[in-house]
Design a protein around this ligand. Structure first.
Ligand SMILES: [Zn+2]
Length: 433
């Protein structure tokens, strides 16, 4: 059993010691004098805070960061993002996910709820980096019903493999959205999720077009449609939920669905603004996420907290909407709880997930209110160390193999760019099919 002692760390405005035994916080009190395996003297200059939990992302899309920005939504997807994604191999996805893990760790995140092709590659990356992940097969068959049998096989294989997953990997099923998955498949997923008590991760009511098309095709809103298929439960993680009517909010609240709010993606793709007060008043549980790097373009939860709070204040025209403490809780405790992770609070008995922030960082000075500073002023440069499950993922600003991960991602980007040029050239000389 490994023991880790943080000496003279600032915890709730006082200097104390924190002992981590194996995966849990064990003792918080001054003057702990034990011989431990690992010891860090914080000298009263570093504060301990809960780590962040990213409620929705597509980690491997880090490889597409900055590739095509500032374009109309459907042109962006059809002409750039989907063709580029089609070129990604399983190994590319592993490299992209590692790059994403690196970025998330550097910004204090220890968990991400992922949705992408080749889920096992993102799981591999997260496990190697020491992070927690919720993930599973991406289901998308409406554009090509011949995928159905292939995807059924994929789900069966996934279910068989769950017992071999490490404890830091939480299984989920990821039907992409109401428009990209066939109704019979959504029904099957709902049944499997119920039988296996598994998370379902889906995009929901992200655009006005999605809502209008759903009403046209199924005669009701995406929320009512998913409810009719039995897909909504406290284990349903719904990304976005921007375009909701009062009756949709009532259904989401009654079913205990968790909505993931992603203000940066919503603003960048010009999809509208999630109504935080309306969702809160309806009693819907809310957590925060970054979405993928194509629509953000960063996976930094500190920035996301600031944007969430400011956008809500701006939209509601009320300065008291989504205060710092509340949005910090969305990004930490609420998110950890959502995924059944006994963390998000620094207390004995809780899983030892935390960050250490440098109190002399320029953004945290003079230091009247640390949580306000973390939300409104800080950037990831204030994060000195990150601990997940009792292990350092970043220590004194150093992450294992950082240079190698970046080098591989640069190489991957160069290869993808050359493929793009080849495709362009073959189209130009008429050899394209
Ligand atoms: Zn997404």
């Amino acid at each position: 059993m490994t023991t880790l002692l943080l000496k003279n760390v600032v915890y709730q405005n006082r200097i104390t010691d924190v002992l981590i035994r194996d995966k849990h916080f064990d003792m918080i009190q001054p003057n702990i004098s034990l011989n431990t395996d690992v010891r860090m003297d914080c000298k009263g200059l570093k504060a301990i805070l809960p780590a962040f939990y990213n409620g929705h992302t597509h980690a491997a899309m880090n490889l597409l960061r900055g590739y095509a920005d500032d374009l109309p939504l459907f042109e962006w997807l059809n002409k750039y993002i989907w063709p580029m994604e089609a070129r990604l191999s399983a190994e590319d996805i592993y490299i992209g996910a590692k790059l994403a893990c690196l970025e998330m760790i550097r910004s204090g995140c220890v968990f991400f709820n992922d949705m992408y092709w080749h889920y096992s590659q993102s799981n591999r990356a997260a496990v190697e980096m020491g992070m927690r992940i919720c993930n599973g097969p991406l289901i998308l068959d409406a554009y090509n019903p011949s995928f159905q049998s292939e995807q059924e096989l994929l789900i069966n294989r996934f279910i068989d493999a769950i017992s071999t997953f490490p404890e830091t990997v939480i299984p989920s099923l990821c039907p992409h959205s109401v428009y990209s998955v066939l109704p019979e498949t959504l029904k099957k997923i709902s049944k499997i999720a119920e039988d296996k008590n598994m998370f379902v991760h889906i995009h929901l009511s992200e655009t006005t077009q999605e809502v209008a098309d759903c009403i046209k095709t199924h005669g009701c809103s995406p929320v009512a449609y998913l409810d009719s298929l039995g897909l909504l439960s406290p284990k349903t993680i719904a990304a976005h939920g921007i375009h909701l009517k009062a009756e949709d909010r009532d259904i989401l609240s009654q079913r205990g669905v968790i909505l993931v709010h992603m203000p940066v993606s919503n603003m960048k793709l010009s999809n509208g603004s999630f109504d935080v007060p309306a969702a809160q008043n309806a009693g819907i549980k809310i957590i925060l996420g970054t979405d993928g790097a194509s629509s953000n373009n960063s996976l930094d939860m500190i920035r996301e907290m600031k944007f969430a709070s400011l956008l809500s204040k701006h939209s509601s025209r009320k300065t008291t909407t989504l205060p710092a403490q509340e949005v910090f809780q969305y990004a930490t405790l609420n998110s950890a709880r959502t995924f059944g992770i006994h963390a998000g609070i620094i207390e004995p008995g809780y899983l030892a997930d935390c960050i250490l922030v440098n109190l002399k960082d320029v953004h945290l000075v003079p230091g009247y209110n640390l949580i306000s500073d973390m939300v409104y002023s800080a950037d990831s440069s204030c994060i000195d160390s990150v601990i997940c499950n009792g292990r350092f993922l970043m220590k004194n600003g150093v992450i294992k193999e950082e240079d190698k991960i970046i080098e591989e991602a640069v190489g991957c980007g160069e290869r993808l760019r050359s493929l793009e040029v080849e495709t362009f050239m073959s189209a130009f000389d008429g050899t394209s099919t």
